[in-house]
Design a protein around this ligand. Structure first.
Ligand code: ADP
Length: 177
């Protein structure tokens, strides 16, 4: 039997900046001032308004700690909002990385729920430059999203965006397994 949540989690292979959702999540760094990878792509597509709001948040609260999340406009993106979260740098797995990565998902989803946002798309937080092994990261992503959706009405839909085929396959395995 299909799980009651199966319709609320989707896996999409592609570019997160093109996703027609209420919010996309950015794998930011703690400065909130932009960087490479998905962060660079989101700021390029979103334009100066996104960076401007990031600067305002930075001025107010001094950036964003690992595991936490903040929300800005989506600027020129199809998504109205960007939720910026700071993933842990992989350091062997015994420095609190799994808990911090789980916090990224939960705190991002908390902002989406608070804003009653219909749909949120996540990239594989920490799985690029920050070096988190993709299989473990996919397991945490699916576990946290499932748990959140079981307990909350919003968001109605979570899209897990896989930038490569390996990530797509890993999400699929986690979702079916
Ligand atoms: P981190 O520093 O948190 O590791 P990265 O941006 O380096 O963040 O990578 C996070 C993940 O996002 C990686 O799996 C990478 O392949 C993926 N990624 C990079 N660009 C995009 C994009 N435009 N859309 C979706 N995912 C992307």
């Amino acid at each position: 039997m299909a799980s009651p949540l199966s319709g609320r989690i989707q896996i999409v292979r592609g570019d997160i900046t093109r996703q027609p959702v209420a919010a996309i999540v950015n794998a930011a760094n703690s400065s909130l001032l932009g960087g490479g990878g998905v962060d660079g792509a989101i700021h390029r597509a979103g334009g100066p308004q996104v960076l401007d709001e990031c600067r305002q948040i930075r001025a107010r609260q001094g950036g964003c700690k690992t595991g936490e999340a903040v929300i800005t406009t989506g600027g020129h993106l199809p998504a109205a909002h960007v939720i910026h979260t700071v993933g842990p740098v992989w350091n062997g797995g015994h420095k609190g990385e799994p808990e911090l990565l789980a916090s990224c998902y939960r705190n991002s989803l908390r902002l989406a729920t608070a804003g009653r946002l219909e749909s949120v798309a996540f990239p594989g937080i920490s799985t690029g430059i920050y070096g988190y092994p993709k299989p473990q990261a996919a397991a945490i992503a699916v576990r946290e999203v499932r748990q959140w959706l079981a307990e909350n009405e919003f968001p109605k839909l979570v899209v897990l965006v896989a930038f490569d085929e390996e990530s797509r396959r890993l999400y699929e395995q986690e979702l079916l397994g």
